[in-house]
Write a protein that binds this ligand. Sequence first.
Ligand code: 26M
Length: 776
Amino acid sequence: MGVEPSRAQLLDWRLALAHTLREQATDSWLDSARRTREDGLKSVNYLSMEFLPGRLLEDAAINLRLRDSVSASFDDLGVNFADVVAGEPDPALGNGGLGRLAACYLESMATLACPAHGYGLRYERGLFRQHFEDGRQVERPDEWLTSGDPFSLSRPATAYAVPFGGEVSDDDGGTAWRPETRLVAAAHDTPVIGYGGGWVNTLRLWSALPAADLLDLDRFSAGDFFGAAETETWARTLSRVLYPTDTTDLGRRLRLSQEHFLTSASVQDVLHRFLETQQDLRRLPEHAAIQMNDTHPALAGPELIRLLVDEHGVGFDTAADLAVQVLGYTNHTLLPEALEMWPVDLMRHLLPRHLQIIERLDQRVHAVHGSAADDVHLIEHGQVKMGELAVVTSHRVNGVSALHTDLVRRNLFPHLEALTPGRILNVTNGITPRRWLALANPALADLVTETIGPGWETDLDRLRELEPHAEDPNFLEAFGRTKHLAKHRLATWLDEEHGIELPVEALLDVQVKRLHEYKRQLLNILWTVSRWQRIKADPGADWVPRVKIFGGKAAPSYTAVKDIIRLINDVGAVINSDPETRERLRIIYPPNYNVTMAEKLIPAADLSEQISTAGMEASGTGNMKFALNGALTIGTLDGANVEIREEVGAENFFLFGLTADEVLARREQPGHARAAIEQSQPLQDVLQAIAEGTFSPEEPARYSGLVDHLWNSDWFLVASDFDAYNSSQELVDMSYRDPLRWQRMAVTNVARMGSFSSDRAVRHYMREIWNVPPAQ
Ligand code: 26M
């Protein structure tokens, strides 16, 4: 770094470490690309608007099997490894589960030596940083690039022009589109190192640059200096910021432009790499699979067809067939407000050629399937439906848990399932055991290795070998010590970073995830109020001490859940300063939940809250991380909870609440919320306290809207599930009072979580969707 060791700052050490680790990966990185090229291997192109990789350096050290020697080298230099990596920014290039899943899958593909590129956008600012002011969420910009991006390589030589706007002439000419503007997509590559370091893939993120000729010289000469720079400003805006919401209600033009920019640059890159070694585009499906992470990159079909037809002279039908063979689409949500639709007028304005191709695809579906396709419309009510587009341009469509896939088939795309039975399949989500056990929980990872030997890192089913030890009191005690260690680590961090005290002997009960009404953080905080009231009513009883930890961000415009954040903080302020209950109940809500915070919270948790309204959480992946780290789950029959419970055993899982079918039926009953509240004295007491301003004495009416909504509407069935949740929580207390029993349940959870490895999930994609053979 050009700095004398004695004068080096932590940042210098971190940059040096980044360059050193990247250097260590370089031979493998080049070899992997060379082998893919020279052996003509098929490769996967994972297109995603979001990636949440977490901090890169410790993960790279672990996967290169260098963590211990790196740490020892730093010791020799009188530098603390943990301090070095603690300064690393956590790239927040995603909102939540979908982006984190993409990162786990990239890591597993590299570990399995599956040739792959991740493609995304290099947002200058990631997801906002969250602060609290008077309990309210305040958003600040995330400046993750201020000390550079030292683990990545910018590749100015790899750039593509991405066209926008303009006019199309009739559909049969090969160069029908005369775009108004072109932006340049420039590549930034991050190595994705597989476990063991034998295979290294690439995460390629695009940033937008103005094309060299974008400054409008005519306007400039005419004295319109600002107008002349308009297009340049537009370019710089495009990759400036990640959309912080999971609906498309704001800034629609910019969002669609981002999606097209990602898709076009990536598909051009896929074709470019193919044409480096091949001539016959009809063989594209033998060499490339493209996976669309939700509909955000669903322009990939039209874009691939456009490039094949307009630039390479392929016929439309051949191009469309090729696209279908190459593409796959993963659906991550059934929420109607998150299903993308783009106004036809906007699409015509920005992407006239793509609109033309979509119209032709629509005609083609009807020509091929006749009246069986009467219910299929890619365009309806002046909107392009991106879900239908993604389905008809893909040979496989998958949901992310068994229940979710069932609902995708039955409720979301029944008309499309009927056209091509078998196109829709399930691939239950998974998580990488390298980051979520080896990195996040070294104490438990060491105990596992001592007990069953190494190898579980790449063969997570081997955790089953822990099961006999669940009967061994010595092992259970050692297991308990790992949990304690994780709690102490968390306590130190909470104290140092946030000045928060953590009572480490208490039951640690954690709900961390994006705020959404369907995830029902509200149910959790209402129960917490109820617990507080009951402790106060019977202070002599033997209450199990609990710490309720919350973490998560709300979309800036989602006012209903911003109220819930404020309520949690308001309740916390009152409860935490109540001397009568302090030793038995505490609320902690550290701001700015992200991957790094997850790595600290999850290993320390005793209880994992997975309490969504049944039928609404597509899968969840936090649920898997907690169970793998020996937390027990309290949860509804939703998403992957269903499969986790089947694997770990019903007796090792705290189930409560309405099923997905019951949810639908309950919503049909008029006055269901009022009826549920009237039947539950504890819930009435809670709502009365909130309505009276117990937690907002300076503004008693602060939560009147929220309470009113619960009595009169309650779409997410918080009231209907309250009593069941309470009974389940009482069972949690009972089980926790018997530490050996609790630990036996926890160890059994760990031992039976092997199938939730992202290695299993990625193998499934390779076999059933990508048609990529396993490495020998
Ligand atoms: C859409 C338009 C504009 C801006 C953002 C979006 C958008 C962003 C993220 C829409 C949806 C987004 O994510 C959906 C998501 O994260 N789904 C989650 O996916 C996880 C991985 O499969 C599942 O585990 C979660 O259950 C599911 O909620």
